[in-house]
Design a binder for this molecule. Structure first.
Ligand code: FES
Length: 107
């Protein structure tokens, strides 16, 4: 099956006290919620894949995810962003507040 879009959601976890990790900041719950919501929408089932992944790099700004084929990076995504994110996946615009443009800042 060829998906129209593929989301990779960082679920990296690290011990407390060091560099932050998306998994500990909600990435694990986020990927589960995205998979559940995509599966519940006829327009997204089969068109969008959601896959957990390891560290994407900008750990201080997570939870992070990247969307292909566009190559859109999103940062600081939470469950509260799900309605806007699902709208984007259904063909809407990517909310500017979620777009990540600082890829060179903290890698
Ligand atoms: S832990 Fe998620 S980007 Fe590094």
């Amino acid at each position: 099956m060829r998906h129209r879009r593929h989301l990779f959601v960082c679920t990296q976890t690290r011990p407390d006290g060091g560099k932050p990790s998306c998994g500990a900041r909600g990435g694990v719950d986020l990927v589960a919620a995205l998979q559940r919501e995509v599966a519940a929408r006829d327009e997204l089932v089969g068109a969008v894949a959601v896959t957990p992944c390891g560290c994407l790099g900008p750990c201080f700004d997570g939870p992070n995810l990247v969307v292909y084929p566009e190559g859109d990076w999103l940062c600081g995504v939470s469950a509260a962003d799900l309605p806007d994110l699902l709208g984007y996946l259904a063909g809407g615009a990517l909310p500017a507040r979620l777009r990540y443009d600082g890829l060179d800042d903290d890698q």
